[in-house]
Each structure stands twice: as structure tokens, then as C-alpha cells.
Design a protein around this ligand. Structure first.
Ligand SMILES: [Zn+2]
Length: 94
């Protein structure tokens, strides 16, 4: 059976452990996003301009591939938004 003193010291030790645990939790740090992730988020979602940017980038690449003969004239490219996951079909002309 614990004496009152032992019980109190146990409680204090538990409190100390809790404080140490709290300190550990505070040790979590925020880290900067890698540039590619930051760029993807910067494009934004729910933001039509972000999708427009994706489409324009894919279209430019597709037009380059068609011009170089790497892809046929009617080629399509499916682009998935890295944020919302929606898929967009890109052609050289649309
Ligand atoms: Zn999106």
C-alpha cells in the first residue's frame, strides 16, 4: 500500500513525464514545402486559373511534340490536377 508521500511523489513523477511529453510534442517543426509541391499548390485548386495554367503547359508541350513529329496531329494529352485530381483532356487546338 502506498503512503501518502509515495502517492504524491508518484503523481509528481507522472506530471513531470507529462511535461516532458508536452515538450516532445512541441518539438514538431513545420517544414517548408519542397519547391515542386509548393508550385503545385500555388497553381491552386478551385481556382480556374490554376487549371488553365496546367492546360496551357500541357498544350505547349503537346504542340511541340506534334511539331517535331513525335506525336500525330490529333494527339491528346490527359492532365491530372495534382491538387483535386480532376482530369482534363488537352488537345493541340482546344
Ligand atoms: Zn484541380
Amino acid at each position: 500500500m502506498l503512503t501518502r508521500r509515495e502517492l504524491l511523489s508518484t503523481t509528481l513523477a507522472g506530471s513531470a513525464a507529462f511535461v516532458v511529453g508536452a515538450g516532445t510534442a512541441q518539438a514538431f517543426t513545420e517544414q517548408a514545402m519542397p519547391p515542386d509541391v509548393a508550385a503545385a499548390y500555388a497553381l491552386g485548386c478551385g481556382n480556374a486559373a490554376g487549371h488553365d495554367q496546367l492546360i496551357q503547359t500541357a498544350r505547349a508541350a503537346l504542340q511541340g511534340e506534334i511539331a517535331s513529329g513525335a506525336r500525330p496531329a490529333g494527339a491528346e494529352e490527359i492532365v491530372a490536377c495534382p491538387i483535386c485530381g480532376c482530369r482534363m483532356v488537352v488537345t493541340a487546338s482546344n
